[in-house]
Design a protein. Structure first.
Lengths: 291, 159
């Protein structure tokens, strides 16, 4: 039987309340959002927080997807299912819909949240790459106010973020400029499993050339975002040659490890092939949007 | 801590540790053993219950989180001796062999049909894709859900 180690339990009724509880409980307290990352870690004793601040009741306050100006704002407690079923996301941030379809399974998606997924910082978690590709900004609130981070600034390393003890991620702001021309490709062994490898890509076309590009990988180690792959695409026409060159750079820059899901060599092959496919699909979508 | 929730329309309460998972609360504290406890890792789906009408894997939710919410389990499907069409469908279409996965399958299928009364086979397969049947009975499970969709109001046993 898998049961978490004992902890003190608090239930927050607002963001302010959650922050106060975190402040009062100190560094050994953790937020419990949808629970589908943290509770499994606690059952395996990989995590043993002294106190949990349950923010399930904030699913209303922090559960939303809305367009504001040139970005889409997603509340941190928005469930995977609600992102998957959002027409706005499907039309304007297609890569999110691609990724959400393949995250865990439908019942898990009923509970898991985007904020919980990003803050878990699991190297095999999909939305980190998705947010990196689209240059999302993460709004982190503390008792003294808010600060905004990039994905690179959020993640310190596997399972570690730069969010402070009495801070919480409240909103994900996703710029729309590349959202329509974006795609995510993933290979996993079966429904519910983590990715063996996955790649996300986005392009913005201007007059037949790539004006901006995003490329990021999941579950293959190293930095999520491939800066060299991105840079190689900018200024070039969206051709197979350009995609292949970018995919080669992305595969070179990743550092997969051999595990039960596959060999490092196979994962590097996937990184190349999935980057290629994501770039093709993202470009096809960007071209459709232009028409 | 005292956890009070509504289960199958009845308010129930028990004093449990905060770390108590909803599946154990339902089975051990409320004595409703229809909900099965399977893999413990949110993979198999034997423990699926409804939380405010939404299917949830109860091995991966604290009872404390469920406090104040409406829980629905397999025991709540039958009404006044009349089986829910989804239960009747599993009987008519041989949707179970050992029966271990059945409570979760029934709950997920009920929620699917409530949201989408006439799903395609692909939609049924997607809905139950987070649940494992080790008797390899998926074909008959899909048929059973299809049967329930086609007999939404014909819930008389043996019909």
């Amino acid at each position: 039987m898998q049961i978490p180690a004992a902890f003190e339990y608090e239930r927050a009724t607002s963001v302010e309340h959650a922050l106060e509880l975190l402040h009062a409980r100190g560094p050994e307290a953790r937020l419990l959002a949808g629970g589908h990352s943290l509770l499994p870690m606690m059952k395996l004793r990989l995590a043993a927080p002294e106190a949990l601040v349950d923010i399930d009741a904030l699913a209303g306050e922090l559960g939303y997807v809305r367009e504001e100006g040139d970005e889409v704002r997603i509340g941190a407690m928005t469930r995977h299912r609600d992102i998957l079923e959002s027409g706005l996301v499907a039309a304007r941030l297609t890569i999110f819909t691609d990724a959400e379809k393949l995250i865990a399974d439908p019942v898990v998606r009923n509970r898991g949240t985007i904020g919980g997924a990003l803050c878990q910082a699991d190297p095999a978690e999909d939305l980190s790459a998705v947010c990196a590709v689209l240059r999302a900004r993460l709004v982190v609130r503390g008792l003294d106010g808010e600060r905004t981070l990039t994905m690179q600034e959020l993640h310190r390393g596997p399972y570690e973020t730069t969010i402070g003890d009495a801070e919480m991620l409240v909103e994900i702001r996703v710029p729309l400029h590349m959202g329509g021309g974006s795609a995510y490709e993933k290979v996993k062994r079966r429904v519910g499993d983590w990715a063996i490898a996955a790649a996300g890509a986005a392009v913005r076309l201007e007059g037949g050339t790539i004006a901006d590009a995003g490329v990021a990988l999941t579950a293959v180690g190293g930095d999520v975002m491939s800066e060299r792959a991105q840079a190689s695409l900018v200024g070039r026409p969206p051709t197979e040659d350009a995609f292949a060159a970018a995919a080669t750079l992305a595969a070179e820059d990743c550092s997969p490890t051999t595990d039960q899901r596959g060999s490092a060599e196979y994962k590097r092959h996937l990184a190349h092939e999935l980057t290629l496919r994501a770039l093709r699909s993202a470009t096809a979508r960007a071209l459709r949007e232009e028409i | 801590m005292q956890v009070t929730l509504t289960i199958n329309g009845e308010e129930r309460s028990a004093d449990v540790e905060p770390r108590t998972l909803l599946v154990h609360f339902i089975r051990d504290d409320l004595d409703l053993t229809g909900t099965h406890w399977g893999c413990d890792t949110s993979n198999c789906g034997a423990c699926v219950v409804l939380v405010d009408g939404v299917p949830v894997k109860s091995c991966t939710m604290l009872a404390a989180t469920a406090a104040g919410h409406e829980i629905g389990t397999v025991e709540g499907l039958e009404q006044d001796g009349v089986l829910d069409p989804i239960q009747q469908g599993f009987i008519d279409q041989h949707g179970l062999q050992c029966g271990f996965c059945t409570p979760g399958m029934l709950i997920t299928a009920r929620a699917l049909l409530d949201a989408n009364p006439n799903p395609t086979d692909a939609e049924i397969r997607e809905a139950i894709s987070g649940q494992i049947c080790r008797c390899t009975g998926y074909t008959n499970i899909v048929k059973a859900v299809r049967w329930a969709a086609d007999h939404a109001t014909a819930a008389t046993p043996g019909s």
